[in-house]
Design a protein around this ligand. Sequence first.
Ligand code: G4P
Length: 290
Amino acid sequence: MTIQWFPGHMTKARRQIEEKLKLIDVVIELLDARIPLSSRNPMVDEILKDKPRLVLLNKNDLADPQVTADWVKYFADQGLPALPIDAATGTHVKEILPRVKQLWAHKIERQLSKGINPRAVRALIVGIPNVGKSTLINQLAGKKIAATGDKPGVTKGQQWIKVGTEMDLLDTPGILWPKFEDQMVGMRLAATGAIKEELLHLDEIALFVVKYMVQNYGAGIQERFGVQDLPEDLDDIQEMVKVMEAIGRKRGAIVSGGKVDLDKASLIIIRELRAGKMGRISLEKPSDKR
Ligand code: G4P
């Protein structure tokens, strides 16, 4: 799916989320653990206002655990509890309910003090396309729910999914849009598969990945692809291309005459990154310059 958000789309998506917000107590904001800020809607605070919110750093199986720990601290410093999970395997998914309940505990206590039997906390999952919303809903539901996430939703007749007896989850997530006018944000979204690579050139994305890996995961590149010397100057494109060529050669992306097919090498780099074959790699750190 090509994501091209126009102002009309954004207004509509925002209106749909605002409709859903009226029905719920707590928002579960799903981000990609590898690129938490780039996979975040920049207007999210304005849209969600003061709804209690739990941040989930999904696809943590693919992210660098140390960097993820830094992100958890980053969000905690902003007063937002954050939990790393893998929605696909269900790792840490069981910790979501107690965290959501914590955010709603004051309301439950108030109801109890008035002698009212507290109802289940109502939650909504929001996030950009491809971040794992449907996967998480299915995990929480414990069964396969029809993937209605990408279809325009109407709040009328909204279905609730029971997560145990203590949480009700809206069955259609709130779809937010990423903002990728910033070139680096666009690169990170494309590298992780959040936006179609057709929007950017494959070799450009691969070059971005290689540069980031040389800078942050150099030993891994050397070990995995047998690259001897890594470029010292990160802005030396010629040298970076040599690294891409070395990877391509190692993976057999050779055309007649023994030259490396850079397009093929680029595809291999991106596929291996997305499949976690190059190890657990994060493409954004809290300390990155913005
Ligand atoms: P969405 O509703 O937010 O749009 O996302 P969805 O659940 O459809 O998930 C998008 C892709 O991300 C799916 O891959 C899904 O399996 C994968 N995914 C979700 N959670 C995790 C996770 O914790 N770890 C990993 N490694 N992958 C996860 P897909 O069906 O293969 O789609 P695609 O990769 O071809 O786009």
